[in-house]
Design a protein around this ligand. Sequence first.
Ligand code: QZP
Length: 395
Amino acid sequence: MSDDPFGPTILEDPSDFHRNMRERGPIVYLSRYDVYGMGRYNDVHAALIDWQSFESAAGVGLSNFRYEKPWRPPSLLLESNPPRHDAPRGVLSAILNVRALKGLRDNWIADAAALVDELCDRREVDAVADIARVFPLRVFPDAVGIGRTGRDNLLPYGDHLFNAFGPSNELVAKGAHRIGELSAWVMAQCERAALRDEVIDGQPTFGAQIWAAADRGDITYEQAPLVVRSLLSAGVDTTVLGISAVLAAFAHHPDQWRAVRDNPALARVAFDEAVRWESPVQTFFRTATKDIAIGDHVVPDGKKILMFLGSANRDPRRWADPDQFDLRRNPSGHVGFGMGIHQCVGQHVARLEAEALLVALTQRFESIAMTGTPRRHHNNTLRAWETLPITLTPA
Ligand code: QZP
């Protein structure tokens, strides 16, 4: 196929392209970038769990670290293979597992209630600017333990990072002039002295816990700042867009809002269904570690394969009525958080943020309705909203 999956037409609405790609077979050749693409659920899933054949250490962007110097020091988690991957991954998964987050829960629920109270006397709001960007930025940087100043650097840093996984098109050019300054700020936040190490919300900050893991010898002192960097890289834009997605989903499906109001226990499934439905992380690459035969193709050793998570999550071979946001469905098994050894280590943090916010919103608003024209924000990796004008009707 000669289509440009990173061009404005497909970024605006990838659904036709995804369908064409799935119908062509388990794998397609994307001639524009000399890479392969996978869009069917079964094949994407199989490739993601086979890290030996589809590696991450050559980078999960278009740039191939076998031949090109990475634009930033590679992530110890994302852009690495076992065995080097495993110690940093073990440290982060212990810090971010469900039980370890228990202490944050009540505080985040109270923070969400406070935010929602501030919305009560303004019926017309932007679900992106007034809710989805506000809540994660209120709770997550505090949980990591970074300082108060410069937090507005986090979203522009993430926007550029996620663009940089794609080709060096206009979206990358647009962010290039600030990236030196933004990267320097992010790396400065990762130093031990920059991170608060007092107990907050019943536990040490994520950042302090990462440095404590270095004290124990679970990771080295050289690794600690890069592990903190992973939190600041992967934990902000993604949760903003996951929350945007679930709010957009409810604004489009009023009956589903009624269902979650009747039963707030559905808030968690609603978030996962929104991650399936929207797939805020649309794509990332793997690299073939040997010649791999798939369908009519042999993917040569060293070639990049683009995993279309958003397409897999709407593959009718796997999902009944895939374009429907439906809380009666079991969305588990979606690949919106990836799959296999690299599956999102922060997914429990994301779910807790979303659940706290949704429960607070269900308690105060009878309906959420789209009242203006929503507008997409284009990014080479992320399916993003620039604005979602909604009307909230108090209960
Ligand atoms: C970004 C890191 C969907 C992924 C590409 C998100 C992501 C995960 C990890 C990192 C960055 O470790 O820097």
